[in-house]
Structure formats: structure tokens, C-alpha cells
Design a protein around this ligand. Sequence first.
Ligand code: HEM
Ligand code: HEM
Ligand code: SF4
Ligand code: SF4
Length: 381
Amino acid sequence: MAFVSSGYNPEKPMENRITDIGPRKYDEFYPPVIAKNKGKWLYHEYLQPGVLVHVAESGDEVYTVRCGGARLMSTGLIREICEIADKHCGGHVRWTTRNNVEFMVDDKSKVQPLLDDLAGRKFAGGSFKFPVGGTGAGVSNIVHTQGWIHCHTPATDASGPVKAVMDEVFADFQNHRMPAHVRVSLACCLNMCGAVHCSDIAILGYHRKPPMLDHEYLDKMCEIPLAIASCPTAAIKPAKVEIGGQKLNSVAVNNDRCMYCGNCYTMCPSMPLADTEGDGIVIMAGGKVSNRITAPKFSKVVVAFIPNEAPRWPTTAKTIKNMIEVYAADARKYERFGEWAERIGWERFFDKCKLDFSHHLIDDFRDPAYYTWRQTTQFKF
Ligand code: HEM
Ligand code: HEM
Ligand code: SF4
Ligand code: SF4
């Protein structure tokens, strides 16, 4: 497309420059019923999966309909969300912390027409555009990352596996049959952007091969001490190499100490490590962030490796589906995934979920690893 100026003058980049204005203030966008009753809510109820009502001291009610969102959305889809908000909600809409979309109406009679409208909207391929659900003791949206759409350090994709897993557990997005809510998250590398370290079930991109060294460019592209200091196991040391008769500064990686975290590549573009067969997925389980009953927990590694199986990641999706089914059948009411696993004992968790226990799952990282071993005779055969 031919260039169209916004009025910015590249000759005088600082002229008419607006800066440090921050985000628009949240209350500019409140629906009237929210603005009026803010801070004065009495109670709330789930009317059905995906539909909540909040009742205020004034007697005012606000009905909320929560819909699944793919997170990665076109402006076309956002415009369609705005159309729905214009038609049913006086132009108001909000997004949740798990990237679902919530439409709010101030009268019960407006709920069913909104639900009917949402249910009728599908993509040409057949997927629901706005599936209603994500509340209560079910499986809500999957918090996820960039994957092969946009990041340069992933070991797996984000949007692809998330679609595959949500298709597998879709019924549980739309009902409340779980003992407690099940939070699933994905990160495409162990930077863990998002919530994988604190989720009931987590999907994590994982490498299995050490970085390659682009000696020719390494000293030109990288600040070598930074690459050395980026390594959690001190696998990297400075090295002199000879390329085409030329002596160059570079690094050497001790492959016996490398556990393929990819941190050095984040710091140094000459240490790439992504690999089609080597890369894949680790599954973690048992994390939570709330303080309800038990303190927050980190998720623990329970599956050491599943290959990347684009485009539908069937092994990953089936493994997660199975873990959720076993949890749903065995856990007590209100018990989160990690509380259940800790009550029955992780050895029982592995038995019940029919997951292999391999040496990879035993912590071997520094002094704290010792605290993850069993220093008691308490265990079940
Ligand atoms: C005053 C009485 C006792 C004293 C002073 C005593 C002292 C000790 C000490 C110093 C150790 C070695 C701890 C270590 O590994 O650092 C030990 C280990 C052990 N004691 Fe005793 N003990 C006493 C009574 C008993 C009794 C009555 C039993 C059994 C009925 C018992 C069973 C054991 C066992 C099985 C171990 C080995 C634990 C392991 O493998 O680490 N002890 N005891
Ligand atoms: C209720 C009965 C018993 C209890 C509560 C008991 C408890 C223990 C405990 C706590 C240990 C330390 C395990 C560890 O390293 O973490 C131990 C080790 C040991 N027990 Fe027992 N024990 C019992 C019966 C017996 C009997 C009847 C025998 C022999 C006939 C026995 C022989 C041993 C031996 C040889 C070890 C050391 C194993 C090793 O470290 O290589 N224990 N026992
Ligand atoms: S988790 Fe890793 S690969 Fe994924 S977006 Fe974050 S930094 Fe990039
Ligand atoms: S991948 Fe991680 S462990 Fe391996 S050399 Fe780089 S920083 Fe160190």
C-alpha cells in the first residue's frame, strides 16, 4: 500500500510528541449499573455455567455472560464482539484475566436473547466463536504465550496445542462437574511467560539438545560475559577458536553440564538450540495461586517429554484429558489438583493416572533438590 502519513514528521521526531500518558482510566468504560453499584455488591450466584448474577445493596442486578476467547484475534472478530456489545450491552464489554470475554446486561430478560445470539455464531470451519462457559468448577481458558506465531525462543507452539487441548476438554468449559476449578496454562519455553509454574496442569515447551555455536559471529553479536552469566549450571566458558586462520573470541559449552534451558540463546543470538525432533512438551501439575484452604503451590513435573505433534498434539491432549478425568473421579469436593495429589501421595497420583515415573522427574538442581526427596519412611507400595 502506498505510504499514508499519520502526521508524524520524521524530520522532527520530537515535535508534537505525546508521552507518559498511561492507559485510559478503567472507570471511563464502566457499564452504568457497574458504575452505580461499585463497592456495594452483596452476593453473586452462578445461574448456569458461563452465566453469573451479582446483586447490589440497592437491589440492582448485573448478569454476566462469559465466553471463550482464542486470545489471538483479528480486528474483524473484535469488531464482531463490539457489535454484540452494542446490540445487547449498551456498547460495554470486558476481558477477563484468563482472556475470556464477558458481556454484561442489567436485566434478566436480556440474558436469553444474548445467549441465543452467541450460540448462533460460528466460524466457517464450524468452531464456536463465542462458546459460553468458563465459570465455577470446570476448565476455563488456557493462559498461553506466543509460540511459533511470534517468539524466537519457543520449543513448541502456543495457539496450536491450546486449540487441541480445549477441543479435548471442551465439555468441561461448559459445565461444573469438577471437584474444584482446573487451571490449565501453556508456555512455549521455560521462561514460563504466564502461569505454568502455578497451574493445576501446565504444558511447557522443552529442548533436549545443547546450543549450536556460531563461532564466526559470536563475538560480533554477543556480549560474551552476559552469555556466560546466563547459564544456571555454569556450562559456558570463554574460549578462543580459530576459523579460516583467524583467531576469534567465542565460548565453549560443556554439554555434560547443559540442560538445554536456552537462556544463553536469549542473551546471545549465536547460540541457537531449537530442534524439530529434540523439542517437545513437558507436563507439570499441582500448582495453584489462591490461599484457599492450602497455601499457593508450584506445579511439579509429571511427564518428562512428549514430542511435538503438530497440528493437533494428540498425545499431549490425551494425557491432559486423562489426568483431568482421573482427578474428577478421585478428588474430594473443593480439592484442587495439587491438594488431591499431595493427600493421596504422588506415588498414588502416578499409579492412578498411569503416568511413567522416570529419573527425569527427580530434582537434581542445587541444594534445594534435597528437600524434594523422601526423608521419611511414610509411603505406599
Ligand atoms: C537411647 C536410645 C537410642 C539411642 C541413643 C539411639 C541412637 C541412634 C543413633 C545415634 C543412630 C544413628 C543416626 C544417624 O544415622 O545419624 C541411630 C540409628 C538408628 N536407631 Fe537408634 N538409638 C536409640 C534407640 C533406638 C531404638 C529403641 C530403636 C529401635 C527400636 C532404634 C532404631 C534405630 C534405627 C533403625 C536406626 C537407623 C536409622 C537409619 O537408618 O538412618 N534406636 N540410633
Ligand atoms: C516395625 C518394625 C521395623 C521398623 C519400624 C523399622 C524401621 C527402620 C527404619 C526407619 C530404617 C531406616 C530406613 C531408611 O534408610 O530410611 C530401618 C532400616 C533397617 N532395618 Fe528396620 N525396621 C523394622 C524392622 C526390622 C527388622 C525386623 C529387621 C531385621 C530382621 C530390620 C532390619 C533393618 C536393617 C538391616 C536396616 C538398614 C537397611 C540399610 O540401611 O541398608 N528392621 N528400619
Ligand atoms: S514462554 Fe518463552 S518462547 Fe514462549 S513467548 Fe515466553 S519467552 Fe517466548
Ligand atoms: S542452554 Fe542453558 S544450560 Fe545449556 S549452555 Fe545454554 S544457558 Fe547453559
